[in-house]
Design a protein around this ligand. Structure first.
Ligand code: 5GP
Ligand code: MG
Ligand code: MG
Length: 179
């Protein structure tokens, strides 16, 4: 599996530092609040585990599954809600946890859904921000790292459901998906 990686961009130590930095910010920004943390499956599973252990707040943890990739290496414009949350978010402060923001379309979809359901505030904490991929005007509030316009895998991010268990984020060799 490691042989399919062209270049490691962020290793475990880098990611841990980002989790500590953002965890402290979130702890300060939400002091005295009890936010709902909405983790976006499957990509954010490791980021959720690592980031939240650096957050010193009472939180409700929920999971949502939205899909935009449908197996390829490019986002599609069609976002599907695969698994919804069950709890009521009316009047709650919501923090969405994402692995990566690319076109921004999944975020736009989720923010609209949460706003419609009466969330009091909605912020986004993403491990990676691929700004060059943006198609809609939306920004994350907390960003671990900016990433260049390459298809990356690892630390939760997949290609055809593989590579999520790599402990780092790296660029997938093009030959893996072009053959
Ligand atoms: P967006 O809707 O912002 O285009 O895409 C969001 C989702 O697409 C991310 O949460 C992630 O699941 C997937 N995605 C975007 N860029 C990449 C990438 O470089 N690698 C992988 N594995 N998934 C990506
Ligand atoms: Mg995602
Ligand atoms: Mg994916």
């Amino acid at each position: 599996m490691n042989n399919d990686i062209q270049e490691v961009l962020f290793d475990q130590a880098n990611i841990h530092d980002a989790a500590v930095r953002l965890g402290q910010q979130i702890t300060q920004d939400y002091a005295g609040e009890k936010p709902v943390v909405l983790s976006v499956l499957k990509g954010a599973y490791l980021w959720t585990a690592d980031l939240l252990r650096e957050v010193d707040l009472y939180i409700d943890l929920e999971f949502i599954n939205v899909s935009s990739y449908h197996g390829g290496v490019k986002s599609t414009d069609e976002i599907t809600l695969v698994t919804d949350i069950r709890s009521d978010i009316m009047g709650r402060q919501v923090i969405i946890l994402e692995d990566i923001v690319d076109t921004g379309q999944s975020l736009l979809f989720m923010k609209a859904l949460l706003a419609k359901r009466g969330a009091a505030s909605i912020k986004v904490a993403t491990l990676l921000d691929k700004k060059a991929g943006r198609k809609v005007d939306i920004e994350a509030d907390y960003v671990g790292f900016n990433v260049r316009n390459e298809f990356v895998v690892g630390y939760g991010l997949d290609y055809k459901e593989l590579y999520r268990n790599l402990p780092y984020v790296g660029i997938l060799k093009k030959e893996v998906y072009t053959k």
